[in-house]
Design a binder for this molecule. Structure first.
Ligand code: COA
Length: 333
């Protein structure tokens, strides 16, 4: 008879212990972008809610932004960097396809030799990674996990593309996840619809660029297609996330949706029938859409502006290129 393998088991529950954030150094107002897309400050404000977006300088990349956000999350958590044994980075703007952002960040913040890998789930990447960190810790595969969303999207925009260029910003947000006595991360409702893969994403491959077949590949989208999908399908996903968490909209201290468009955020709030008392994250106004970084950046800001939310329930939902989506209820640190 062969020997029986040992199995790991972890704590019953996990929670978010802290957040960290880093935004691109420059605040870029609408007026700086409208020329090449024949737009106006008024149109962008009315149709998206964006007034300025954060953009990083040439020398700063997604790894630098992630490092700053991660260092803050570690410091605020009270957990030693050396205790972090898992680093998951959600990003679509790693400056190189390999190596991963996560291994470099783990080393830079003092968490070498933590397990480290990157996740490509676009604007749902952070919520995907939170689901993974929670599951891995509860399974005993890790004890303290850093989950980071980081993007330098300004490197992959075409200033003349009026479908998306004015929406995007640069930044990173981080959360430190650890064991908890009580439930702190509810089950995720997550999934994908690859039949709509063409609705948003890069408009060329690196080999096409190498062979001179396309200009520098950039992000583009079928705005109204994504908008309709977000408003109709994602509101259902958000409701499901409340259901699997066993709570009602009225129990939410905060609502932290992906910061894609203020009109989408308002529509969610209406469809979910959020009470007046639920604080809604509206970081898009001055940060723009930072894809995987948008939910943790908005969470960080919410906790700075509303420290009284600590310990309250927040519903977060990410959705984007793939198409992919993920939503879950979390307890705010
Ligand atoms: C991109 C987006 C802001 C466009 O807004 P919209 O209200 O859908 O705009 P439409 O494309 O329907 O265009 C409406 C009008 O504005 C015009 N328009 C489109 N883009 C414009 C721009 N950047 N500036 C000025 N006018 C613009 C169109 O030509 C159209 O004019 P018309 O009515 O005279 O024909 C919006 O669709 C959006 O936010 N989509 C979802 C984004 C998202 O969630 N992405 C997730 C992945 S990150």
């Amino acid at each position: 008879m062969s020997a029986t393998l040992k199995q790991a088991t972890g704590p019953q529950f996990t929670r978010i212990l802290s957040f960290g954030a880093a935004r691109g150094e420059n605040a870029v107002p609408n007026d700086d972008l409208i020329g090449p897309i024949d737009s106006s400050d008024e149109w962008i404000r009315q149709r998206t809610g964006i007034i300025t977006r954060a953009r990083a300088v040439k020398e700063t990349d997604a790894i630098d932004l992630a490092t700053i956000a991660a260092a803050e999350a570690i410091e605020k958590s009270g957990v030693a960097a050396s205790e972090v044994d898992l680093v998951i980075v959600a990003t679509i703007s790693n400056p190189k396809q390999s190596p991963s952002v996560s291994a470099i960040v783990a080393d830079r913040v003092g968490s070498n030799p933590a397990a480290a890998y990157d996740v490509n789930a676009a604007c749902a990447g952070y919520a995907y990674a939170i689901a993974q960190a929670d599951a891995l810790i509860r399974a005993g595969a890790a004890r303290y996990a850093l989950v980071i969303g980081t993007e330098k999207l300004s490197d992959v925009v075409d200033p003349a593309d009026r479908s998306i260029s004015f929406l995007l910003g640069d930044g990173a947000g981080a959360a430190l996840i650890g064991p908890s006595e009580t439930p702190g991360i509810a089950p995720a409702v997550w999934g994908s619809d690859g039949s709509k893969a063409d609705a948003v994403g890069m408009n060329g491959t690196l080999t096409q660029f190498r062979d001179g077949e396309v200009p520098w590949p950039t992000l583009r989208q079928e705005g109204p297609t994504v908008f309709r999908w977000a408003v109709w399908e994602m509101a259902k996903v958000a409701r499901e996330a409340l259901e699997v968490a066993g709570i009602e909209a009225a129990d939410l201290a905060a609502f932290i949706p992906h910061q894609a468009n203020m009109r989408i955020i308002d529509e969610f709030a209406k469809q979910l029938k959020l009470p007046e008392t639920t604080v809604i994250a509206r970081d898009i106004e001055t940060t723009g859409n930072t894809s995987a970084a948008s939910i943790p950046l908005a969470s960080h800001r919410l906790m700075v502006e509303h420290p009284e939310l600590s310990g309250g329930l927040a519903l977060q939902i990410g959705f984007g290129a793939g198409l992919v989506f993920a939503a879950q209820v979390v307890v705010l640190p």
